[in-house]
Ligand binder design. Structure first.
Ligand SMILES: [Zn+2]
Length: 371
């Protein structure tokens, strides 16, 4: 009798989290946007406020130090094109100084950034999962090997690494950095670019800071976030901007199944005056780079979840922690909005649904388009 009571209590304890996991996983299966974005609204706002506050403190600390260093630079000489070139070089130099002081100030505030947030080990692991996703795709041997080689060859680093490698010559890329990371480098972003035949994924100081803040929670959580963001950025080096022919069927599938859920920018809108099919084809084409990168990132994520034999509840948590960062993002004609990325890409993926043990088919979202 006594033994039976103990067994019953034990079973009761064990079954509670399992039941909860089943219930919340099914909400995630059926209404991912509601589960990931709507249910986390307050937490998202609190996190953003917290990060904004820390960033402001870091910027306040870095600014006067950087300005003092910039003031020591020699005055510019020459006129016309000589001066113009000098100004570009100077801007790049100043940007380097500003970023160095932001990274140093953030390091003092949060601990060393580069080594913890994106280290070589995480990059190697993420490349491994992304290459595994490429390997299990339907592309032929030549394309697979080419894509895998490209992924392997991408240098992932922060702006400082890039500035060291690229020297001070590349004014255009400095401008690109400014556009992507913001004037002070504090925009929460990472981006893919190329310089002198080398592929890069560059990480803005702002992204490192926001990851570092998450890192204070758990190391796993930080890694989960990195898997999606870095896989996405790495995939831009194998996206339709260079390999359009390889993705023709994929883009056609997106156009006919999901085109209605994409928005048209000013130029794409011209196609929408012709036929609905023409409109959807143009929208799918314009969004193709981002949809392709997102689809690869989701594939890499499922390889990671599968390889690490996560429990159902952990998988659900991983998906939520990773994709909550997309909440609030709109469609400017190139990036699909948060709703599209969660409903049409992430939770339409059959492997994600299998991992989460989703019971029903996601019929309302249109057919899944994969590689
Ligand atoms: Zn992208």
């Amino acid at each position: 009798m006594r033994n039976q009571v103990i067994v019953m209590i034990f079973l009761g304890v064990l079954s509670t989290p399992f039941v909860q996991a089943q219930t919340s996983a099914s909400v995630l299966c059926e209404s991912p946007y509601q589960r990931i974005c709507d249910d986390n609204k307050q937490a998202l706002k609190d996190r953003k406020d917290h990060i904004d506050l820390i960033k402001a403190e870091i910027a306040d600390e870095a600014k006067p130090l950087a300005q003092a260093e910039i003031a020591k630079l020699p005055p510019l000489h020459g006129i016309g094109p000589v001066r113009w070139l000098g100004q570009i070089k100077r801007w790049f130099e100043e940007e380097k100084i500003r970023n160095r002081f932001i990274i140093e100030a953030a390091g003092r505030r949060l601990g060393p950034l580069e080594s913890q947030a994106v280290n070589q080990e995480s990059v190697t692991t993420i490349k491994k999962y992304l290459k595994a996703a490429v390997e299990s795709s339907k592309f032929d041997r030549y394309v697979k090997d080419n894509f895998k080689g490209i992924i392997e060859g991408v240098t992932v680093g922060n702006f400082m690494d890039y500035a060291e490698r690229a020297g001070l010559k590349d004014g255009l890329l400095a401008q690109l950095f400014q556009a992507s990371c913001g004037m002070d480098g504090l925009v929460d972003n990472a981006f893919a670019t190329e310089s002198q035949g080398q592929d890069y994924v560059l990480i803005c100081p702002g992204w490192q800071i926001s990851m570092q803040i998450d890192k204070q929670a758990t190391e796993k959580k930080t890694f989960n976030t990195i898997v999606q963001v870095l896989s996405h950025e790495l995939s831009h080096h194998i996206d339709p901007s260079k390999f359009g022919d390889n993705y023709k069927d994929f883009i056609a599938c997106i156009a006919s199944n999901h085109g209605n859920a994409l928005k048209a920018d000013m130029i794409t809108k011209l196609h929408c005056n012709i036929t609905p099919q023409e409109c959807n084809a143009a929208k799918a084409q314009k969004h193709s780079g981002e949809i392709v990168a997102d689809t690869w990132a989701v594939e890499a994520m499922t390889k990671y979840m599968h390889d690490n034999a996560l429990l159902l509840q952990e998988k659900e948590q991983t998906i939520e922690e990773t994709f909550v960062r997309l909440c609030g993002s709109g469609d400017e004609g190139i990036h699909p909005d948060d709703h599209f990325r969660l409903e049409h890409i992430l939770m339409n993926n059959p492997e994600v649904r299998a991992q989460l043990e989703c019971k029903s088919a996601p019929s309302s979202r249109g057919a899944y388009c994969g590689y």
